[in-house]
Design a protein around this ligand. Structure first.
Ligand code: PLP
Length: 417
């Protein structure tokens, strides 16, 4: 058996949510003396045992530095690391594993592209974003604006939370150099029509970067079918460890773009009068990479694939429908982002209750949600709210946990009412 095959064992097919939950030891813990109801999955998901087992096996049996050893352990670590790259390639259906660059996460993936685009930008260049972007898909472009003078255009969001696609299309003009758009809004769960956006952009010869942080563990992906140029993802939002993520970039971009960081791994030859860079993807991976993180990411993808991402997504959709129905009935509660299709996120505001107060009351009940601006301040401004409360679900959540969420909101309503 190859080293990669040894550390990516096929997870047994679970047929019930209870079996899936049993794979996640964190879900059996208590918080504030109550069983944990973990409804903060858009911020970070919990790790299943097969991912933790793969990490442990790597640490004990395989750890060594990659790409440079002349010994068996280094060969094994390299095979496992590169196996994870192939796994990520298959997950995204990229044309080749060389189109996958490992990064620290979606934030670094987007920064990498923004940093490497300077040569294409001038004072009349435009970057098109949307009003629902995470700060990770805003600030790197503002920094690019500071360096190059390029302008940022923003496609608006409708009252339903849907992207105003017609307005976006009108913003695709002669000077547009890139569209950067979230696949799924982290603050609302609204799924954007990214294939349609890519189609419109292609007609105008404009590249598209998709911020897939909220999509990659929940929606089956095919970057070739989508037709995007770049796709960014974070491991910790798809059941893998923190500190690992990936950037998919079409090969010609990786050839054209200059390296992001300099150092070891990304070179072929270094002399004081100049350096020859390594071929992509290594050209963009300076220094010792997060080897165990990449292996954990591969193991997480294997776990999701073994259970069937479509099947897991169907469980999440059913939870979304139940939660929407339960919360919609609570007086004074307004859901922000009602447009279909949605991923399993319910973001809401309560009359007379600050999201932070609600979050604290729920925490006392063992119910973990996120409260605040969700790193999407421009979207909060669009809806005229300082922040929202956000419950975000994974296939391992249950109706009972949603009932506890609704019960906690009712308690808060009585306290503040
Ligand atoms: N983009 C979106 C839509 C997100 O939800 C997040 C994190 O919440 C990010 C980007 C940044 O991800 P990370 O912090 O893992 O780099």
């Amino acid at each position: 058996m190859s080293a990669a095959a040894e550390i990516f064992p096929r997870a047994a097919k679970a047929t019930r949510v209870a079996d899936l939950r049993a794979d996640f030891p964190a879900l059996a813990t208590q918080v504030n003396g109550k069983p944990l109801a973990y409804l903060d999955n858009a911020a970070s998901t919990q790790r299943p045992q097969p991912v933790m087992d793969a990490l442990r096996r790597y640490e004990v049996e395989m750890h060594a530095n990659v790409h440079r050893g002349l010994h068996a352990r280094s060969d094994q670590a390299t095979a496992a690391f590169e196996g994870a790259r192939k796994r990520t390639c298959a997950w995204l259906n990229a044309a080749s594993a060389e189109e996958i660059v490992f990064t620290r996460g979606a934030t670094e993936s987007i920064n990498l592209v923004a940093r490497c685009m300077d040569a294409r930008m001038g004072a009349d260049s435009e970057i098109l974003l949307t009003q629902m972007e995470h700060h990770s898909n805003i600030v790197p472009w503002q920094q690019l604006r500071e360096r190059t003078g390029a302008r940022i255009r923003v496609a608006p969001v409708l009252d339903s939370g849907a992207l105003d696609l017609k307005a976006l299309e009108r913003l695709i003009g002669r000077n547009l150099k890139l569209i950067a758009v979230a696949h799924v809004s982290n603050a609302m769960g609204v799924i954007n029509p990214v294939a349609e956006i890519c189609r419109m952009a292609r007609q105008a010869g404009v590249p598209v970067l998709i911020d897939g942080a909220q999509a990659a563990g929940h929606i089956p992906l095919d970057v070739q079918e989508l037709g995007c140029d770049f796709y960014a993802l974070s491991g910790h939002k798809m059941y893998a460890p923190t500190g690992i993520g990936a950037l998919y970039a079409r090969r010609p971009w990786l050839e054209e773009m200059p390296p992001f960081l300099g150092g070891g791994e990304m070179i072929l030859e270094v002399r004081f009068d100049g350096t020859r860079y390594n071929a992509p993807p290594h050209k963009f991976e300076a220094g010792t990479p997060n080897i165990s993180g990449a292996i954990g990411l591969g193991a997480a993808m294997d776990y999701l694939a073994a259970h069937g991402l479509e099947r897991l997504a169907a469980i999440e959709h059913e939870l979304l429908e139940y939660a929407t129905e339960r919360l919609d009935g609570i007086p004074g509660l307004r859901i922000i982002g009602t447009a279909a299709p949605k991923s399993a996120v319910v973001s809401f505001v309560m009359e007379d209750i600050h999201p932070h107060d609600l979050g604290t009351i729920l925490d006392h009940e063992g119910v973990a949600i996120r409260a605040g601006h969700h790193c999407a301040m421009p979207l909060m401004e669009r809806f005229g709210v300082p922040g929202t409360s956000r419950a975000s679900f994974s296939f391992y959540n249950t109706r009972d946990e949603i009932d506890r969420l609704a019960g906690g909101i009712e308690t808060a309503r009585k306290l503040f009412g």
